[in-house]
Design a protein around this ligand. Structure first.
Ligand code: PGA
Length: 245
């Protein structure tokens, strides 16, 4: 399997000029990296300006069109040439009250229009302290994928992103990430078709940088990484992409 390295720029940068510079340096730096697939998830407004690297959105609306002020549908994104959609990121769950049911609707809508969902799961610090990690991740996956045919699993990416590791510099150790990787595979194979679930990409996200990236690929056997803060520095992101190759 080719590793997939995804940049989640979140709500950055503020100026288009800066966004274009960042995009162009990443594009140039990753051009000759083999065995790694690069995806950039910029704010919606910059998407039409970027060509030559696969694009993902940071969210998606669940209806195709209609009177839903402020929303952007998966059909619109698909039409723009976008291939992936981050869904259920912990910041959406926390600041916009996204529930497992809403995440499920968004995943269905993305799959229906041919976008590949990057479905984020992960426990908060409190849940981790209460030893609820597995329970929470299992609930998120089962509810998030409810009613979705197992044949769609090879069009799906799951990103394990422990919330306590996001943007904190406290990355998850590789042994723990490996354990969660195997746990997620088991949930998929117990609940879906085991052969198809083998094809689902499982990524790690949470304070990934160029020093820890390789450990998640080699030791934790992740199929790739979802990179937030470090993706805003083109040199750092290129180093991460190289170390996963
Ligand atoms: P981080 O964010 O790399 O800044 O921790 C990861 C994410 O939120 O996807």
């Amino acid at each position: 399997m080719k590793s997939i390295i995804i940049a989640n720029w979140k709500c950055n940068p503020v100026e288009e000029k800066e966004a274009i510079n960042l995009f162009e340096s990443v594009k140039k730096g990753v051009k000759n990296i083999k065995n790694t697939h690069i995806v950039i998830c910029p704010p919606f407004v910059y998407m039409p300006r970027f060509k030559g690297v696969d694009m993902g959105s940071q969210d998606v609306f669940f209806e195709e069109k209609g009177a839903y002020t402020g929303e952007i549908s998966s059909l619109m994104l698909k039409d723009l040439g976008c291939k992936y959609a981050i869904i259920g990121h912990s910041e959406r769950r926390k600041y916009f009250n996204e529930t497992d049911d809403l995440v499920n609707k968004k995943i269905k809508s993305a799959l229906k229009s041919g976008l590949i969902p990057i479905f984020c799961v992960g426990e908060t610090e409190k849940e981790r302290k209460n030893k609820e990690t597995e329970k929470v991740v299992k609930r998120q996956i089962k509810k998030g994928l409810e009613g979705i045919l197992s044949s769609m699993l090879n069009n799906l990416i799951i990103a394990y992103e422990p919330v306590w590791a996001i943007g904190t510099g406290n990355s998850c150790d590789t042994a723990e990430a490996r354990k969660m990787n195997l746990f997620i595979k088991k949930i998929l194979s117990d609940n879906c078709n085991p052969q198809l679930s083998e094809k689902t990409y499982i990524l790690y996200g949470g304070s990934v940088n160029s020093s820890n990236a390789m450990g998640y690929i080699k030791e934790a056997e992740m199929n790739g990484l979802l990179v937030g803060g470090a993706s805003l520095d083109s040199n750092e992101f290129i180093k991460i992409a190289k170390s996963a190759a």
